[in-house]
Structures are given as C-alpha cells and as structure tokens.
Write a protein that binds this ligand. Structure first.
Ligand code: ATP
Ligand code: MG
Length: 421
C-alpha cells in the first residue's frame, strides 16, 4: 500500500510552485526596497528555546509542538515559528555589534500539531520580518507598511488592519490588576482556558473567542486607557506614520499579546472574506524578548504572515497570478542520426541562457511535435535530413508561421538576437 503524506501537510506540484515562486519573489523584492535582509535558521532547535521564546503558557508550547528526543538524548523541536530562532541567531552571532538596526526577514516551513482544516496545516509556511535595535515608532510603522504593501501589490481587497498597544513594564502591572479586579466577580463563569489564564496571562482573556466570556468583558478596562505617557506617545506616533502613508487601521482594544516580553504595538491583518481562518498576519513589538533569550536588552518589532492563507485569499478573490515562465525554443530531431546535433544545439541555446526543450524519449517527429505543443515555444528548430547534410537547419517562427533555412553556424546567434541575449 502507498504511504500517504502526513496529515496536515501538502505536496506543492509545479503548477503550484510557480505561484509560490511569484509570491516569494514579490516578498524578496519588497524586502529589498524596505532594507530587510534574509536570515536562514535551522528547521529544528533545542526545545528550551521555544519554551522561553514562545512562552510556556501559549497554545503553541502547551499543545502544538513537534518535540522529540534525538539519538543523542537531546530534546529538539521543529520550529513552530521563526522569531525565537531569529532572536537566538541575533544574540549568538553578536549581530548587535553591527550597525543598527538589524533588519531581517525569513521565509520557510513551520510546524504545529494542530487540527488540520481549511487554512490550517501541520506544516505551513510563514514569511516574517524582525527589526532589532530600534525602539522608535517609525520601526513599527515601517514593518506594518511592508506587510500592507505586500497584500496591496497582490491586489487583495477587504484587508483590515487592527492595531492596539499593550503598554510596557511601567504601565502594564496596574492594568493587569485592574483587569483581574474587573473579572474576579465572574471568574467562575469564564471558560476553562480563561480561568487558567487569569493568574498567569490575564490579558489573553480579552481575545477569548467564547461568546460567554465576551459577555463578561463588556465594559472591561482597556490597555489603551492604562498606557503611561511614553506608551501613549509611541502609540500616537505609530498612528500618525500610518496616516501619513494612507494606511487605514482600526483600533481594536481587544487585540493583545499575553506575554510579558511584548510591549507597545500589537497588530493583526485580517481578510474579511476567507472565512474562519481570517487572520493572515500578526505582529508587534517585543522589547524584552532578546533579554529573555539571553541577550542584552534590545528593542525588537516584527510580524509573521501565513503563506497558505495568502493563496487561499487569492483564490477566493479570483486573483490570477502571472503564469510560469515560457520555453523559448523547441529543438526537434528529424531522425536518429540528427540526435547528437540537435542535443548539441539545445545545449548551446541553454548555455546562452535560453529555455530550450528537446525530446529525451526517442520519439517520432510527429510525437515530438505533439510534445512540443505543451511548451508553446516561440521557435522550433528542426534538425536533420538534407539540411543537416549541408550544414543547415530549419527555424520556424511559431507565431508568424514562417520557416527558413539557417546555417548551423549562425542559428544560435540568430535565435539569441531575437531574445536580445
Ligand atoms: P491562528 O489564530 O489562526 O491560530 P496564530 O495566532 O496561531 O493564528 P501566529 O502564530 O501569529 O498565528 O502566526 C502568524 C500567521 O501564521 C497567522 O496569521 C496565520 O496566517 C499563519 N498560521 C498560523 N498557524 C497556521 C497553521 N497551522 N496553518 C497555516 N497558517 C498558519
Ligand atoms: Mg494558532
């Protein structure tokens, strides 16, 4: 029996990967424009990194990690996200000693043991950026602009940017207490996970999706009401930068990141028409994370966006990406004797940077032409027969339907000239 791919994973076939490459190229281009450089970290890390970097009270760490012991008895984990690894790499490679800020992006597979459903997989792909060393609100606004620009250039509609601030170690303890005081009288009526969060992670109760819990949150104090002067100023400045570049946002006081190392900005981009899995991008500021991972105190801000959800959204909005790259020339061998010369010419065209296709199945000329149809090449070269005997080939311009005899010595440069190579 055939072994199937693991649940919650995907095979991406050539008709898919050409779309992925298009989107990845767009992301790389935008990162270049915004001054973000790529970092590649290991697919697996010591488990300890994620316990600290993602947080041991999160769903990711509590339920979703692919953790195993390797043959040397070390506990390792397939990365469920890339921020912790990026921070580790920043610290381990002493990147703080380079000119600051350090602006990095990553793109690659992440692993979470989740219940697979539309837009939710066990191996999925994230693109994300991290900016280390800049505490200014301009850095927050810059990464939000980068994400927005990406979705906008793809032509996606109905994007909604939600924005909030979760304060800092100055103002959050008082807020946390105010929220606990507000919720305490109804604590026994909250859902199991909210009751669990009440002591360790009460801010997360704000974004509980349970309608019962929502009901007990009506009138709850907001993080924005509790911001200290510095945090308020930071939040206002982020708003003003976004206003300056015409990016609309909605202030959502329920949007939170529960962990202590998150500070100030929290944001999320939603796509209202892709159903339940509508969050396409999440990010924020984490001024205390680098320290948590063992570096010196360094501000940071970043986001991650789900690639599969981009493709879902493109499909549901009927947006077609440009097709894959075309073949320039098909080289047909008239008969077996012409095989070597047509192979040589095909290779020569490729060496000149053209996409050249040839038959490698020993097919008849008729079958070769049938095979050639699939490539829709601009030119066909027919090698063999009397022409070959006199050192020539037939060159056919497929669009014009014209055919001419060309000396073998000239044909490659003639074709190259047509493609400006
Ligand atoms: P969700 O609420 O959908 O579980 P999350 O809060 O776990 O999202 P993050 O950890 O912030 O998401 O990851 C950022 C983005 O990665 C999400 O907005 C989403 O687009 C994508 N993402 C997260 N988990 C998955 C998954 N299992 N499959 C596909 N995409 C995912
Ligand atoms: Mg999740």
């Amino acid at each position: 029996m055939l072994t199937k791919r693991p649940r919650g994973t995907n095979d991406f076939l050539p008709e898919d990967t050409c779309k992925w490459q298009y989107v990845e190229n767009l992301l790389r281009e935008i990162c270049h424009e915004f001054g973000y450089e790529e970092i590649r970290t290991p697919i697996f890390e010591e488990t300890e990194l994620f316990l600290r970097g993602v947080g041991d009270t999160t769903d990711i760490v509590q339920k979703e990690m692919y953790t195993f012991e390797d043959a040397g008895g070390r506990s390792v984990t397939l990365r469920p996200e890339n921020t912790a690894s990026a921070v580790r790499a920043y610290v381990e490679n002493k990147m703080a000693y380079r000119s600051q800020p350090t602006k990095l992006f990553y793109i690659g597979p992440m692993f979470r043991y989740e219940r697979p459903q539309a837009g939710r997989f066990r191996q999925f792909h994230q693109f994300g950026v991290e900016c280390f060393g800049a505490a200014s609100p301009a850095a927050d606004a810059e990464i939000i602009t980068l994400a927005w620009e990406f979705y906008h250039r793809l032509g996606l509609q109905n994007l909604e940017l939600n924005l909030n601030s979760v304060g800092c170690p100055e103002c959050r303890p008082a807020y946390r207490k105010a929220l606990q005081d507000f919720l305490r009288p109804n604590l026994d009526k909250l859902c199991d996970s909210c009751r669990e969060r009440f002591d360790k992670n009460p801010l997360r109760i704000l974004d509980c999706k349970n309608p019962e819990c929502q009901q007990y949150l009506v009138g709850a104090p907001t993080t924005l009401d509790a911001l200290c002067d510095d945090c308020r100023e930071h939040f206002n400045a982020v708003n003003k930068y976004l206003d300056a570049v015409g990016i609309p946002y909605k202030i959502n006081e329920r949007l939170v990141r529960g962990l202590d190392y998150y500070t100030n900005t929290a944001f999320e981009i939603l796509l209202s028409d892709i159903g339940a899995q509508s969050a396409v991008c999440g990010g924020g500021r984490y001024n205390r994370l680098v320290e948590e991972i063992g570096g010196k105190s360094t501000p940071g801000v970043g986001f991650a966006l789900g690639m599969e959800r981009v493709f879902n959204a493109l499909a549901s909005q009927g947006i077609e990406l440009p097709a894959g790259r075309k073949v320039d020339v098909f080289v047909a061998a008239l008969d077996a004797e012409a095989g070597e010369e047509s192979f040589r010419l095909t290779t020569e065209l490729r060496r000149q940077g053209l996409a050249a296709a040839q038959d490698v199945m020993g097919r008849s000329l008729k079958a070769q032409f049938k095979y050639a149809d699939k490539f829709a090449a601009a030119y066909t070269l027919i090698v063999g027969g009397d022409e070959l005997a006199r050192g020539a080939v037939q060159l056919r311009d497929m669009a014009a339907g014209e055919q001419q005899e060309v000396a073998i010595a000239d044909v490659v440069s003639l074709i190259c000239a047509k493609f400006h190579k």
